[in-house]
Design a protein around this ligand. Sequence first.
Ligand code: DAH
Length: 352
Amino acid sequence: MADLAQLRTEAEAAVGAAGSAAELEELRVRYLGRKSELTQALRSIGELRPDERGPVGKQANEVRRALEGLLERRTAELDASELDQRLTEDHVDVTLPGDPPVPVGHLHLVSQIRRRMEDIFVGLGFSVVEGPEIEYEYYNFTALNHPPEHPARLPQDTFYLAEQVLLRTHTSPMQVRAMELKEPPIYIVVPGRVYRPDTPDATHVPMFHQLEGLAIDEDLTLADLQGTLLAFARQMFGEHTDVRLRPGYFPFTEPSVEVDVSCFRCGGTGYEGSERCPTCKGEGWIEILGSGMVDPNVLDYVVGSGYDKERVQGFAWGMGIERIAMLVYQVPDLRMLFDNDLRLLEQFGAGP
Ligand code: DAH
C-alpha cells in the first residue's frame, strides 16, 4: 500500500511548482489518473482487512479532494497571471503620437478663399445664404430679365435636366429667390457651385464657384456699389488696391459695370522691373467681376410686396471664386484646382 501522506506531500510540491496548463494536466494524470497510485489504492481497498478499510478509504479520499482542489487553484492562478502578462505586454498608450504621424488635412484652396470672401462681406454687414444648384429656367434667366431668345438659354451654354429645369449657370438666380423670402432691406452674398457646358481649358471648367452679392435698400447708388467693392478689394488684395468701373452689359443690371482692381503684383504699373507684369499682362488692372444696379425689371418679377421700384433700388455683383484664388496664388491653370494633385494642394497649408 502506497504511503498516502508522502504521496500527498510530493504531489502538492509538484503542483505548486507547475508553470503551465500542460504541466498541470500531466500532473493530474500522474496523481489522479486511472493508473495513479491513488486510484489504485482506492480500488484495492476491498482487499484490505475490514478494520483498515474505513481509515484508509477516508485518507485516500481526503488526499484526492485535496489534490483536486489544489489543481483547480493552481490552474486559476496560472490563468490570472497569464492574463496579467498579456495586459501589460499588449497595452497601447493612446496618448502617444501616431507613428508615423498621420498627416492632418486642410481645406481646399477654393474653400479657403470662399471663406475669406464670406468673412469680408459679413464684416460689411452682408449675410451668407445659399441657393439650389438645380434651378428653374425661370429664376436662372426669365426673372433676371433675359429675353426668351437670349443665347445663354440655349443648350450649348446651359445644362438642362428637364424642360425648364437646369443646373444653374450662375449664382444670380438667388437674387429673386431671396427677395421673395424677405422684405427689403436686403444685404446678402451667395456662394456656390455653378455649371456650364464648357470644354476644360486653362480658364474654363464645367463646374466652378461664384459668389453673388445683392444689396436692396432705399437710396442706394453706384457709389455704394463702388465703395463696397473697394472695401472688399482692399481686404482681399491689399490696402493699396484701387477699383475702377467700366461700362458693361448684363440683362439684369442697368447700368452694368465690369469691375477691375489695380494689379496687386506690380502695384498697377504694369511692370515688374523692366518685364511686363505676368499677373495683369502689363495692363495694371485685373478684371474681377461683373456688376451693376439691379434692373427695375428684375424687381417687377419679385412675387410679394416691398420691392416697389419707385422706393427701393439696389446693386448686385457676381465673381468667380476660382478666379480670385488663381490671381492671389498665381495658379496658372484652372484645371489644377480640380485635379486634386497633392503636390499642388499641399502648398496651400492649413486654411481658416
Ligand atoms: N451672373 C453673371 C455671370 O455669371 C455675373 C453678374 C453680373 C452677377 C452682374 C451680378 C451682376 O449680380 O449684377 O457672368
